[in-house]
Each structure stands twice: as C-alpha cells, then as structure tokens.
Design a protein around this ligand. Sequence first.
Ligand code: PGA
Length: 258
Amino acid sequence: MAEVVIVPSADEAGSIAAAAIAALVASRPDAVLGLATGSTPLTTWAALATRGPDLSRVRGFALDEYVGLPAAHPESYRAVITREVVEPLGLTPELVRVPGDDGGPLAGAGERYERDIRAAGGVDLQVLGIGRTGHIGFNEPGSSLASLTRVKTLAEQTRADNARFFASVDDVPTHCITQGLGTILRARHLVLLAFGSAKAAAVAAALEGPVSASTPGSVVQLHPKVTVIVDEPAAVHLAHADYYRHAWANRFDWERFE
Ligand code: PGA
C-alpha cells in the first residue's frame, strides 16, 4: 500500500521527502539515491540543503538523460543534476551517474547502466516526479511494465512540456535513455512527488486506476514501499483522499504499541 500524503505546499512535501533521505543517509552514509530531474524535486533538494547532511559518500543514479545533447549542454540531465543536486548538496561528482554517461557506445548503454546499478547494490531510495502523460522517468504510455534502461522516443506532450527549458520545442531532443519501469521497481523505496492541477489526472490514474502500461506511473501500485507526496491541487481527483488524510494523521506509532 502506498502511503499517500496530501500537503498544503510543495515546500512541505520537500521537507517530508528530505527527511526520508536524511534518515536513510544517517543510517547508511554510502546510500544509493535515485535522482530525478524536472521542477518537482526542487523543493526536496532545497529542504535537504537546509538540513545539511554529509552526502559526500552517497552514490547517485539519475533516472534518465536526453539523447543527442552534449553533456555540457545546460539542459542535459547531467548538467541539471550537477547544478541542482551535486553542487548544492555536496555529492561527489564521480559517484553520480546518468544513463549513457560511461563513454561507451549508446548501443548497450542501457544494459551497462543496469549492471552498474546492480554493482552499487541497487537503489535505496528513488525520487520520482510524474509527467502529465503519466510517465515516470521517461517511460511514456505503452512502456512495458518490466522494461529496463533503454533508448525511448519522447512523447510530443513531454517535448512540449519540456520546451520551457529550451529556446523552442524544436530544440527539445526527440529521444532519451531512461531507466525502465522494471528498473524503478527494483529500488527499495519509491518517493513520488506531484504538484499542481496539471498533474491531478495523472496522479489519480497512477494511484487509483488499473495497473497498466497506458499509465506507466501505475507501477507504483506493485511496489511494497511507496511514499506519494502531493499538494492539494494534484490531489483533487483522488477518490480516497479522505482515507489518505486519515491514515497520515493516524499513522502507526510503534512506540505506543510496543
Ligand atoms: P516536472 O516533470 O517535475 O518538470 O513536472 C516531471 C516529469 O516529467 O516526470
């Protein structure tokens, strides 16, 4: 069962997600974090920076990367992760990976990324946003529920949504290399964040709709440990919002029952 937390603001969501990351790193200084780009995780990174844990031994694996942008391009996910995560939070650049960044050919890069995640012991905590298409990572509708890291074609909706980071939509790459839904499901804890009314339909479909390749984010229903943190506008289509609020307000207090 996913734990669904409905909060008044993205800042509050970031505080909750940052607390989960800080607790993980306190117990395991060389924890493996799954890193997401986009606007959604920014309040998480900001809250984590305020807490200031030592993240110098943390290893990171990004969810996805554009194909065809040089790594130095400011909107490559390597550049975004460096600017928004590695530098402000003090991660060690050599310990942070992005799909396809190993210098080898694009063919086989997905398999090599999978091997490298496995060699690191797997992802302990994966931060996730969700796209308006219902994608997680760049797994667009139709992605196999068991997919692993591979090259994909971006949906036109996703290119249009990401055009805000580029001079025009024509500059947005057409392809990406992304962790698969099967890759994401191997992480030991998923923390999915979503803010704003534009995400409400995708959030409801992912959490309460059928598990389906048509809604890639619905794979979170198959995972044993998921924390979903959404603001009120992103929660408006949730049929069970009252239960989620009740469950969070009355979350189990182990000390009371031990
Ligand atoms: P966003 O993107 O955080 O920029 O809204 C989320 C996603 O596309 O996964």
